[in-house]
Design a protein around this ligand. Structure first.
Ligand SMILES: [Mg+2]
Length: 256
């Protein structure tokens, strides 16, 4: 009886005292980009590699057993290094282009997880780095806050490209209804000038269809898309992809 009571108290106190694993993730997780070998069934590094190479498609959410792994990856150094390598390579490529500075050389950036980071939202309990199914209402509330930080490597590249004479087009899946909040967010974090920001209209269709149509329209009026950067393959596939594409990592969600 006494022992059972002790166990009960112990159980209650550990539930009460149990820290929120995501609010405290910065404290709990080493910023090393761990490979997470806890789970034997699914190798989460293999899963992430398959996601990044577009071998896995149409996935709905991060596998439950990879939630911790993806959390480590996104909050750790590895994600930042992976982004920086892409943006640095993009700059090397852009520097080597002999652009005419006639105002027609474009660089296209996606927004979410390419130029702005939704990581503060994705690290929350309600999202669990994408291990919980996408909730449009919650995500749109986050977008309305206009509080997404810039992705440092992308912001640096953006400034370098402007210096080189490129015109910047942000082509985003964000719907027009959120244009005001998003534009404010972009300006607040340092993306202060652009040729266009293209928001998605209600009749614009899905990821690839929408984005290729907008790129085609840009080329039809005389722009040259010299580079195109996104976190989703649907930013980069389809017609009129641009002279060279750059994929930045995103193991948290899939947009087809
Ligand atoms: Mg994106």
């Amino acid at each position: 009886m006494g022992f059972t009571f002790f166990l009960l108290i112990l159980t209650i106190s550990s539930v009460v005292a149990s820290p929120n694993p995501f609010n405290q993730i910065h404290l709990l997780m080493p910023h090393s980009g761990s490979a997470g070998h806890k789970h034997s069934n699914l190798d989460c590094l293999s899963w992430r590699l398959a996601v990044e190479t577009n071998n896995l498609q149409k996935w709905k959410q991060v596998p439950e057993e990879c939630e911790t792994y993806i959390g480590h990856y996104m909050l750790g150094e590895q994600y930042r290094k992976d982004v920086d390598l892409v943006t640095e390579e993009a700059y090397e490529y852009a520097k080597g282009l002999n652009i005419t500075k006639d105002g027609k050389d474009l660089w296209i950036f996606d927004i979410d997880e390419t130029t702005l980071s939704n990581l503060p939202y994705y690290a929350s309990d309600a999202v669990a780095f994408g291990a919980i199914p996408y909730n449009a209402t919650l995500f749109n509330e986050w977008v309305e806050e206009a509080a997404a930080p810039a992705i440092p490597g992308a912001l640096k590249l953006y400034k370098q490209l402007i210096e080189l004479g490129f015109k910047i087009v942000f082509l985003t899946g964000t719907e027009e209804a959120y244009a005001e909040a998003r534009t404010k967010n972009m300006k607040d974090v340092g993306y202060t000038t652009w040729e266009k920001i293209i928001y998605k209209g209600v009749s614009d269709g899905s990821g690839v269809v929408y984005k290729q149509a907008k790129r085609k329209a840009l080329e039809e009026v005389g722009y040259r898309i010299r580079g195109n950067m996104g976190d989703q393959w649907s930013d980069l596939l389809g017609t009129n992809p641009g002279d060279r594409t750059f994929k930045v990592p995103d193991p948290m969600y899939y947009i087809g």
